[in-house]
Design a protein around this ligand. Structure first.
Ligand code: FES
Length: 510
């Protein structure tokens, strides 16, 4: 095995690179609050902010740093236009379901815009339209139907064939009055306002236990316990799984590349297509004469191979289609898709009285996270928005509609458990692993995940994911071990980078 050539751009999210790092205290003593929110991304901080504003005492616990997980690596589109969803929703959840989805997502867009204004935070809010397009002439009828369904759901949506992309499209749905922003500038301001309102935020505080009751108890890796009447689990992929949510969530990773583009050649709106393994395009302000073009795509299941070729393909596509300069940044985003296409936001499980979850936003975690904040704060404070039923996580056990998708997903999980999809990263001996590479090796009957660093030192950990035991696989372009079953990610020494796994991969002596 050999290392790949250099990839273009700095391996860093633009949002992370242009904001300061945070240093909130770790929780090391027992505490009490009205509500504990686990996770300080868009959904967690939005929920905590809404609750703090409603007068609740709130403690936020974050395993890493504020808005430095998925929310620091998003493309940060704030929109109710989620690809081709409205025609599907009106078929599966009826006209009312589609209307509730459109209303709640558009309300979330407006909420972020108004909160940014209220807090006086300059987070580069802009109000472009959002377009879902195709270059395939066969898809015209599908897009016409989607435009009709989105308009019937209440959005300002139209079927168009003209766009300001520098290449022809065959059909598109254009939804006006959407937004884009700098997510981390917004979330850091939200965090400051939570603390100004008396809330507490603890970083580097991984939650390891949850006991439901009156009150609920949350325990942390360091041994501290927080008691609270209500608990919100907003950890992207839920770190606790009381309702087999893992059977309904499919993790998906997407790559992002960004390069400066002359302002007069930059597309004015936000674009997305399912063609070519997905492509998403937006821009952000850079300086007087340039904007940053941000292109996302090459969707894949984490742990199913290296991102290197995918990064190169995406970068080539950006340079082939736009007059951009040198690639400045590259990063990756991770999403969870729900089998019926609608996020899970509400009571955690059928018996839950005071524990709530927010997950499964697909690629739309900015509007979805803000919507979850409004919805969960309402539920905790005793209100019931009319769209609560649409997102209620308990809905899925009462319908067989999603059964085929669930079954397919669990077959995939079973295949990864026995390891037949990760042969490409298996080698017969540690000696075959080149510096900068990693592979799974069987040593004395046990599967070890071995990474050899540039100095030649081998780092060996167990290849069994600590969540539910699937085999991990190495992603060389991102120097991480990834689990294909539910998307956990680990560093080269086994540390957890992304849940649902809570424990690191154990070290192995080779
Ligand atoms: Fe579930 Fe690895 S993430 S088994």
């Amino acid at each position: 095995m050999t290392s790949h050539d250099e990839l273009p751009g700095t391996a860093e999210s633009y949002w992370m690179a242009t904001t300061t790092s945070t240093d909130k205290p770790r929780l090391d003593t027992d505490a009490a609050a009205d509500v504990v929110v686990v996770g300080a991304g868009m959904a967690g901080l939005s929920t905590a902010w809404e609750l703090a504003r409603a007068g609740r005492s709130v403690v936020v616990l974050e395993a890493d740093r504020i808005a430095a997980g998925v929310s620091g690596y998003t493309t940060a589109k704030l929109t109710a236009a989620h690809s081709l969803i409205y025609e599907r929703l009106s078929r599966t959840r009826g006209g009312e379901g589609a209307r509730h989805y459109a209303q709640s997502q558009q309300a979330a867009v407006e909420r972020v815009v108004s909160v940014a204004e209220e807090l006086g935070v300059d987070c580069d809010v802009e109000r472009p339209s959002a377009l879902t397009f195709t270059t395939d002439p066969q898809q015209r009828a599908t897009f016409e139907a989607e435009a009709r369904a989105a308009a019937e759901a209440g959005l300002d949506a139209h079927f168009v064939t003209e766009t300001d992309l520098p290449f022809p499209v065959r059909a598109a749905v254009k939804v006006a009055h959407q937004a884009q922003f700098h997510p981390r500038k917004y979330l850091l301001a939200l965090a400051d306002d939570i603390t100004a309102r008396g809330g507490l935020i603890h970083e580097q505080t991984r939650v390891t236990g949850l006991s439901e009751g009156s009150p609920c108890k949350v325990t942390t890796e360091g041994g501290a316990t927080i008691t609270a009447k209500d608990v919100v689990v907003a950890t992207h992929y839920p770190v606790f799984d009381r309702a087999l949510h893992f059977a309904r969530l499919s993790p998906r990773r997407e790559l992002v590349v960004a390069a400066p583009i002359p302002a007069d050649q930059a597309p004015k709106h936000m674009y997305v297509t399912d063609d070519m393994g997905k492509r998403s395009v937006r821009t952000a302000p850079l300086d007087e004469s340039r904007r940053l073009l941000i292109v996302t795509g090459e969707s894949f299941t984490p742990g199913t191979g290296d991102s290197h070729e995918r990064f190169l393909r995406l970068d080539r596509w950006m340079h082939d289609h736009f007059s951009v300069g040198e690639t400045a940044y590259r990063w990756a985003a991770q999403d969870n898709d729900v089998s019926d296409g609608v996020p899970l936001v509400g009571p955690f499980h059928p018996g839950a009285r005071h524990v709530y979850v927010a997950t499964g936003f697909g690629g739309w975690g900015m509007s979805g996270g803000a919507m979850a904040g409004q919805l969960l704060a309402s539920l905790v404070t005793g209100a019931q928005p009319e769209w609560a039923g649409l997102y209620d996580p308990r809905r899925l056990w009462s319908t067989l509609r999603e059964a085929p998708a669930l079954l397919k997903q669990q077959v995939e999980v079973a295949r990864h458990f026995v390891g037949d999809r990760v042969k490409t990263t298996h080698v017969d001996s540690v000696a075959e692993i080149a510096p900068g590479s990693g592979a799974v090796v069987r040593v004395e009957g046990r599967r070890c995940a071995v990474y050899r660093d540039e100095d030649g030192t081998a780092h060996a950990v167990s290849a069994r994911c600590t969540h539910l035991g699937c085999l991990v696989s190495f992603n060389e372009a991102e120097t991480a071990w990834e689990c294909p079953c539910h998307g956990s990610r680990f560093g080269i020494d086994g540390e957890v980078l992304h849940g649902p796994a809570l424990r690191p991969l154990s070290p192995r002596d080779i």
